[in-house]
Design a protein around this ligand. Structure first.
Ligand SMILES: NC(=O)c1ccc[n+]([C@@H]2O[C@H](COP(=O)([O-])OP(=O)(O)OC[C@H]3O[C@@H](n4cnc5c(N)ncnc54)[C@H](O)[C@@H]3O)[C@@H](O)[C@H]2O)c1
Ligand SMILES: O=C(O)C[C@H](O)C(=O)O
Ligand SMILES: [Mg+2]
Length: 471
């Protein structure tokens, strides 16, 4: 399975009219397995025509096959090939816009010097005014060091930017939150903590993203202690919240109780540890974590201190061995690890009505099409299959709620409330094997999450804004 399902490429071709007809070109594309979904005439002379053809292909390898076929077709010259996804990224995906135009000298004197000085003085006298007089109240920093980007791993801060820009787009579109992507060229915990603290005045919240474990745990802990605005590591808590929402609904379908299930979870990193903790808090008793070298168990001293703690909290029967060994009889598989590590044979060893959440991005632990015949409920992190378990269902709404009540933190109660809110969007009548979790585009999600999170924030005393509605 590729990362580019439904990929479209646009090929600019010049062809000699007296040598080749467009129908020959279409046939060549078809024989190479491509599907022409759009044609634009760019120019035409007596002898030559230039056209852009948009072709649907399976993945980048398949794209090369189609382009090669055209290159070998007599009379055809491939001028260039572009990929629609690449085109969408040219120049980046977001920009800053002013709310008010500066048309006159008078406007200038208000938005800028000298008028702005009065505003600055007011904030200097009362720093809480930063919430009413600056972008702070609606702005979140999306911070990454580029070390655990999707499932691509440590690809660095430049390569991480497109993901962070995408997160900013989602914050804005789904919850009206202005988010700014900041990718740091350092992997040093202390330096990251100091940089984030130093830039915090502009922001009402900090969303940490794609920072590898175990460093991400310390960074988050330190920032939570040292800042008075919410700090939330999306890959840990956003994922955990959405996973719990999906699992609560999937268990209704298979009619199993959360206390009775056996869960096997792969990838004991940022997402895996947080998912495990939320599941334990929600009542799961038997959960076994598996990383590269097998099941995490007591009896080994791990270099990673978080794994030693993990072994204490999980694996009640202290099972050892590989994923294939421990998956026997499991009711639920959760993957937040790497592509293709769960086999069909493994799925066949699971208990009746298996639930498989293969959430590695962009390529899941098992190809849903291979797993499909053997599972009862299948979910992935992807948008091109049903049941997308992705933290995008959580982070816009949870920050919307936290910003609106000016919460000092996002605590456990707020996360559990968010999970229940997401799950509740799917009604009992709607619930089915292919609909356990609402779509990213369901506009009820962010609003429900916001309300539930604010309620929990007021209840737990972390909201700073007076709001009689939630008292
Ligand atoms: N669907 C979602 O919403 C969502 C959210 C967060 C993370 N993810 C995905 O989960 C994965 C992990 O993300 P993370 O932020 O926790 O990264 P991470 O680097 O913190 O952790 C990844 C863990 O997986 C382990 N791992 C790698 N290959 C493995 C293998 N073959 N078998 C067992 N374990 C293996 C690593 O050793 C590490 O402990 C990524 O693919 C990411 O895209 C999905
Ligand atoms: O970015 C996503 O789509 C989900 C998640 O944050 C991930 O890192 O995979
Ligand atoms: Mg992420």
């Amino acid at each position: 399975m590729s990362s580019g399902a439904n990929m479209h490429i646009t090929i600019r071709l010049q062809f000699a009219k007296n040598v080749v007809a467009f129908s020959d070109i279409a046939t060549a594309v078809g024989q190479a397995g491509g599907d022409i979904v759009g044609i634009d005439v760019i120019s035409s002379s007596k002898t030559h025509t230039v056209r852009d053809i948009t072709v649907s292909v399976l993945d980048s390898k398949h794209a090369d096959v189609v382009v090669d076929t055209l290159r070998k077709t007599t009379g055809v010259k491939v001028i260039h090939v572009s990929d629609r996804t690449f085109l969408m990224h040219i120049g980046g995906k977001i920009e800053v816009k002013s709310k008010i135009p500066i048309k006159t000298r008078d406007d200038l004197a208000r938005v800028y010097t000298p008028g702005v000085a009065r505003i600055c003085t007011a904030i200097a006298e009362d720093p809480t005014k930063a919430y009413s007089l600056t972008i702070k109240r609606n702005t979140v920093a999306v911070i990454s060091d580029g070390t655990a980007v999707l499932g691509l791993g440590d690809i660095g801060p430049y390569a991480a930017m497109p993901v962070m820009e995408g997160k900013a787009m989602l914050f804005k579109q789904l919850a009206g939150v202005d988010a700014f992507p900041i990718c740091l060229d350092t992997k040093d915990t202390e330096e990251i903590v100091q940089i984030v603290k130093a830039i915090a005045p502009a922001f009402g919240g900090i969303n940490l993203e794609d920072i590898a474990a175990p460093r991400c745990f310390e960074i988050e802990e330190r920032l939570k202690q040292e800042l008075d605005i919410p700090v939330f590591h999306d890959d840990q808590h956003g994922t955990a919240v959405v996973l719990l929402a999906g699992l609560l609904n999937a268990l209704k379908i298979v009619d199993k109780k959360i206390e009775d299930i056996k869960v096997v979870l792969t990838g004991i990193g940022a997402a895996g540890i947080a998912c495990t903790k939320i599941l334990l808090a929600a009542g799961v008793k038997n959960i076994i974590g598996v990383d590269r070298q097998g099941a995490i168990h007591r009896g080994v001293q791990y270099d990673n201190p978080y794994w030693n703690e993990y072994a204490q909290l999980t694996n009640p029967e202290n099972m050892t061995g590989s994923l294939s060994d421990v998956i026997v009889g499991a009711d639920v598989f959760i993957g937040v690890s790497a592509p293709g590590i769960l086999t069909v044979e493994d799925v066949k060893k699971m208990a009746k009505d298996p639930i498989v959440f293969a959430m590695a991005n962009p390529v899941p632990e098992i190809d849903p099409e291979l797993a499909e015949p053997y599972v009862r409920v299948m979910a992935t992190g992807r948008s091109d299959y049903p049941n997308q378990i992705n933290n995008v269902l959580c982070f816009p709404g949870i920050f919307r709620g936290a910003l609106d009540c000016r919460a000092i933190e996002i605590n456990e109660e707020m996360k559990l409330a968010a999970a229940e809110a997401i799950a509740s969007v799917v009604t009992d009548e709607e619930l089915s094997e292919t609909y356990i979790i609402p779509s990213v585009f369901n506009n009820k999600v962010a609003e429900r999450v916001r309300e539930a999170v604010m309620k929990a924030a007021y209840k737990t005393g972390v909201a700073r804004k007076d709001d009689m509605m939630f008292r």
